[in-house]
Design a protein around this ligand. Structure first.
Ligand SMILES: [Ca+2]
Ligand SMILES: [Ca+2]
Length: 98
């Protein structure tokens, strides 16, 4: 009888653990967009976009002129390509593949 009781308690603990884990998965909250002002001048100079908890794209104003000039795309959190406007004319002139 004692062996049965211990087995029952172990089963209950495992079952409860499963419910707690499933509940935690359902309640995960992921950001969709994160904006940053890295030089504290009041202008957003980095925007990160997320999909399903993974970073999907980063747009950055690296020279702080108010226009994004560095764009990186990600697949499942890994960078796949970066496009840059290195001379500030508003046109991409450098492409990097990963
Ligand atoms: Ca800024
Ligand atoms: Ca810029």
């Amino acid at each position: 009888m004692r062996k049965f009781y211990i087995g029952f308690v172990v089963a209950l603990v495992l079952l409860a653990g499963g419910f707690v884990q499933a509940d935690a998965e359902e309640n995960k909250i992921f950001p969709q967009k994160v904006e940053a002002d890295r030089n504290y001048d009041g202008t957003i100079d980095r925007i990160e976009y997320y999909q399903n908890g993974f970073i999907a794209r980063v747009e950055e104003d690296t020279n702080f002129d108010g226009k994004a000039d560095d764009f990186t795309d990600y697949i499942e959190g890994k960078p796949v390509k970066t496009e840059r406007d290195t001379n500030g004319d508003g046109r991409v002139d450098a492409w990097i593949s990963f």
